[in-house]
Design a protein around this ligand. Structure first.
Ligand SMILES: [Zn+2]
Length: 239
């Protein structure tokens, strides 16, 4: 091939390579979108789990209060029974013995009531916690909906960009020397990043291995396809 034709081919391929790099970049971002969508949905799962846990903790406290109230009530019933028994008996000793029993149960009631007060305070805190987490979930739901909408919009933009660049690319490849184009496509398919690289300080611009003098000489002549002896990418000489 004539040097001028080779130089033109390289110029065209560099433009095509720029488009291919842009397509690859868009594609990478596009591939990351489902992962980012999943991550976003994880936030809400965590917030909902935290809410469920605080609701469960509240239920436990409320059940404990109910149980304490039942215990207090049964103590009161016991006192009523003791009082009824006191009507039946005549001996002072037995009467005092029952008074002692009553005092003992009253003491037990006070203990239960003290625990109930503590539990009621804890229930209030647990209710506040449920309210706080409910509002967290609501805030997160709004944020997540926005984030998912943004990701969806971004996906559409990227798909349109890829389509546009591909259309642009198919216009650019017409007229490019078929042998060069097919080699370029082959290398790009394998390497994914660069198919056409310049020589920098006597080394391949991509794999950075120092090239044999003959390869440098042939590349500089710009009359045929010359590839890097190490990575197989097509080499060109920067004018
Ligand atoms: Zn190389």
């Amino acid at each position: 091939m004539e040097k001028q034709a080779v130089l033109e081919t390289i110029d065209n391929l560099l433009i095509i390579q720029e488009r291919d790099n842009r397509i690859a970049q868009c594609q990478r971002e596009l591939n990351s979108i489902p992962i980012r969508q999943k991550e976003t949905e994880t936030w809400i799962t965590q917030a909902r789990e935290a809410l469920d846990q605080s609701k469960e903790a509240l239920k436990v406290k409320q059940a404990s209060i109910k149980q304490l109230e039942l215990d207090i009530e049964s103590c009161r019933q016991q006192i009523i029974k003791f009082r009824e028994q006191q009507y039946q008996i005549k001996s002072n000793v037995e009467f005092r013995a029952l008074n002692n029993e009553i005092a003992h149960v009253q003491e037990k009631i006070r203990g239960l009531e003290d625990r109930e007060i503590v539990l009621m305070e804890q229930t209030e805190q647990a209710q506040a916690e449920v309210a706080r987490r409910k509002s967290d979930v609501e805030t997160d739901e709004v944020r997540i909906r926005e984030q998912l909408q943004n990701l969806e919009k971004r996906r559409e933009v990227l798909e349109q960009d890829i389509q546009q660049i591909q259309k642009d690319r198919s216009g650019l490849v017409t007229g490019v020397n078929p042998a060069w184009l097919s080699r370029y496509n082959h290398v790009m398919d394998h390497k994914k990043d660069m198919a056409l690289v310049s020589i920098e300080n006597n080394a391949c611009g991509q794999c950075h291995m120092t090239l044999p003098p003959q390869v440098i000489h042939d590349t500089r002549k710009s009359e045929a396809i010359v590839t890097c002896s190490f990575c197989g990418r097509i080499l060109y000489w920067t004018r």
